[in-house]
Design a protein. Sequence first.
Length: 264
Amino acid sequence: MPPLIAVDNVCRMFTNGAKMVNALERISFEINTSEFVSIVGPSGCGKSTLLKILSGLIPASSGQIAINGKAVKEPLENVGMVFQAPVLLKWRPVLGNILLPVEFAKRNVANHIERARSLIKLVGLDGFEEMYPHQLSGGMQQRVSLCRALVTDPQLLLMDEPFGALDAMTRDELDLELLRLWEEKKKTVLFVTHSIQEAVFLSDRVFVMSARPGRLLKVLSIDLPRPRTLEMMSSVGFGEYTLRIRSLLGSTMGTPAAISGSTA
């Protein structure tokens, strides 16, 4: 089966007046359907830029990106995005916020209400459909954001540090919720995080990036059983993965890996 995502030698340059900033350099990888992949790397290494390129929001300066075998040249419809901030409209209740992508896509809203309510129930917000964002906790707002990303039933879910601003307990809770949704919905997920533990806990594979210009240093396959539990974080195997990634991030000798099969 061909990969869902194929990225070949992608670079991205930004211009700031007369100054050129090299954000991404020679990035290559493949991601298969229903995989959960996390990206870790130093701040400013281009993780968020890479997600925007994959979604079609910004172009690559050079290289090729294909999803489902089709070159990405414009914003994609079959992609859900979740950002660090929930970005909910304060004048819309939960249900109205979740249905926003349906309206933007000019689809029949009535046909998606049942799906939206099903997602609300799935993430534990049943009964909060008519509540407004200011009446919700940060964790609840992010659950709404996740439902909004899933309401059009996208094949690919791009998540840019969605739980980074939350407290540790809420973050753990939402990580478990995300895994439960992923196992049920079988979406392909590309997840950006600064937390090494979170990346290991969630992922089939972890992409480790260098400091700017962002290069792919290593791809680690995470051979831990599923379903994952928080107790796994205290296991020897889990600790070995986190130490290896921390060592890679701290090393100045990393060599870029053009992957699809470069694994631990």
